[in-house]
Design a protein around this ligand. Structure first.
Ligand SMILES: [Zn+2]
Length: 111
């Protein structure tokens, strides 16, 4: 099985990880015979989905369509934002746990 990577940051998305999947397929209209392409899927990790949704509109019609869909999801409820926040917090926790004493004098609790 091919690993699923976040389209934006190339982070690997494992089975069961929180992510946003965008499915696409193309289909002819008003043409005989009617044709349908295979479906493809692109995935975004929660941080990228939230970051994209909050960022400026992208260039290009396809990007714009995907951006609007992701914005719909991100703005509908805070679960994706929470997932993004949790994994950002996990990363910062990992980075700061090693050299806690060398960093600023503030008391930081990890975990
Ligand atoms: Zn990502």
């Amino acid at each position: 099985m091919q690993p699923i990577l976040c389209l934006r940051c190339r982070r690997e998305i494992e089975t069961g990880d929180k992510s946003v999947a965008v499915y696409m397929f193309a289909q002819t209209v008003g043409v005989r015979p009617k044709q349908k392409s295979t479906a493809s899927r692109v995935s975004f990790c929660p941080q990228c989905a939230v970051s994209l949704a909050m960022g400026l509109p992208p260039e290009g019609a396809l990007n714009m369509a995907a951006w609007e869909m992701i914005r719909d999801l991100v703005s509908a409820e805070p679960s994706l934002n929470e997932a993004a926040w949790e994994s950002l917090r996990g990363v910062i926790g990992l980075l700061s746990s090693g050299d806690e004493r060398e960093s600023s004098g503030r008391n930081r609790r990890v975990g």
